[in-house]
Design a protein around this ligand. Sequence first.
Ligand code: COA
Length: 317
Amino acid sequence: MINVITYKEEKDVRLIDQSCRLHNTAFPYDCVECNIYTSFTLNDENFDQELNLFAVDEENRVRGFLLGVEIVKEPKEAVEKFKEYIWIKDLAIDPTLPPDTWRAVFMNLLSIFEEMVKKRGKKCIVLHAYAPYYFMPGINILYENYVEVFELYGFRKQEDTVSYEVNLAEFYYPSRVRKIEQTLLSEGITFRRGREEEAVLISEWVGKTFNNPFWRLEVLHSFDSKPPTIWIADQSGDTIGFAVYLRMKRNEFGPTGVDPSKRRRGVGTILLFKALYDLKQLGFRYAVIPWTSHLFFYTQVPGVCRVKHYHIMVKTI
Ligand SMILES: CC(C)(COP(=O)(O)OP(=O)(O)OC[C@H]1O[C@@H](n2cnc3c(N)ncnc32)[C@H](O)[C@@H]1OP(=O)(O)O)[C@@H](O)C(=O)NCCC(=O)NCCS
């Protein structure tokens, strides 16, 4: 017998821990450390106990789960724009279940969730791509059994996105890049780490310059680390570019951006290499550059060893 309960009913953090283990079994190319998984779930400003569903067996073991979320608090600039949206931040089913049970648990979680979604007056369900607390920027197309059920249930691909994996043992700072840095320095463009007291100033600059409230939040979080895990490019006292690393305390690079009038001169490249070099020095063996579409900007990085392809899938109610 498998029953579906919500986090509101049990309020037991072990439900999240077991879900993380299921996630890592089901999605080996997108594994997440369980302390991060718990924090991305419970410390998400938009966490809603009712939207987190767990399919548990007689021994109270999680055999499937669905973590749902809507934007109600942060980023505050996005609340109105996304009021008709809801996300399935993660969903996984125990692969050791017999195939029929596996599918039945999957469908049951989706249909209970859809009822909740309708009651809340939402029009769109988005899979996985929920910034900044995402575990996958969409559904990795390698997980065909999941894609198949989502399609059957009415989800359709809306966008392609990729993540790069960098083997940091093979990463270095090439002399080609040092030369670009020298040229930029001679033009008065300097590179430095962010300072604690600039958290609000820089994060708001990013939010406005790139019209992206999610990036504002990710940049703000990069100032929680001591020292802040963000590189800044300045010219004549103005900020002209930024690159976050250790994104949300993970081995990730990004977001990054350069003022539109200063692009294609190498500023983005220097920020990228400095940030990846820091990740290597901090002791990470691999770095991930998640949720992007840029090709040559990232393939210039020595050590790129895998490209992961995701579909951002949406169901319109
Ligand atoms: C992606 C981004 C950060 C790159 O910044 P940038 O300062 O333009 O980066 P670079 O100048 O180092 O490289 C960009 C391109 O200019 C080229 N370039 C670099 N120096 C150059 C030079 N001196 N002359 C001509 N081209 C040059 C690079 O080869 C690269 O080519 P590509 O666009 O074909 O990949 C920037 O375009 C941006 O802010 N985009 C919007 C935000 C965004 O998409 N961020 C990434 C999300 S993952």
